[in-house]
Design a protein around this ligand. Sequence first.
Ligand SMILES: [Mg+2]
Length: 241
Amino acid sequence: MDGTGTPKAIVFDLDNTLFDHQHSSRCAISAVRNRCPELAGKTLDELITKYDAAFQKLYDAYLRKEITHAHMGVKRIQTFFTDLGLAASPEKVKEFRAIYKPAYREARRAAPGSIETLTKLREHGYSLAILTNGHVKKQNEKAELIGVRHLVHHLVTSEEVGFAKPDPRIFRHVLDRLGTSADATYMVGDSPNADIKGALDAGMRPILYSPMAQGPQRLIFEQQVPVIHHMSQLLEYFAIT
Ligand SMILES: [Mg+2]
């Protein structure tokens, strides 16, 4: 409740928002670099940039329906090696995966400041939910493992609802679950398209989570959207000390 007694709710994206994907990915690429001699001469930042770029390339190809979702993983690793000027044999791809996957899982953690922030928001009467595009089991497990599942009242996945962000229907579903109105509900997420556009279309109040962004606001779909660079900034935003 705020000072006026109106119930307020905050919905969080999971991947790259409450879940610190960047950290996991960085640790996993670092593990690959340590164990693949041909990568030793490259800097970690260079490898991460190339790996992210490979994802973008393949994701675009997937959106154009040139490749299937199932092929993205292998193709991403092939693209990563090829773009570095290295050979991408099936053995190399297999070796990459065998190192990357467990290192990524091992390094899973909540975004800095998020546990404390969720705890405080709950103490101050906010209803909290996670809204994520993904599988029910996988996303619940991830939220539990990083220590945020018990801090939110609801976790809603696209698999369970049958619609994915930015479809406004998945946002309406989470509003029904929370029992709050759209204009009293905030959506915190890292994706301008999935989280911010979706929230705007549903009449909710968006907040962009972007640790690397400059400035306190960003123009997204012709709207000035507040930006937080660290989860703890939410407490300032909601005037909680
Ligand atoms: Mg995300």
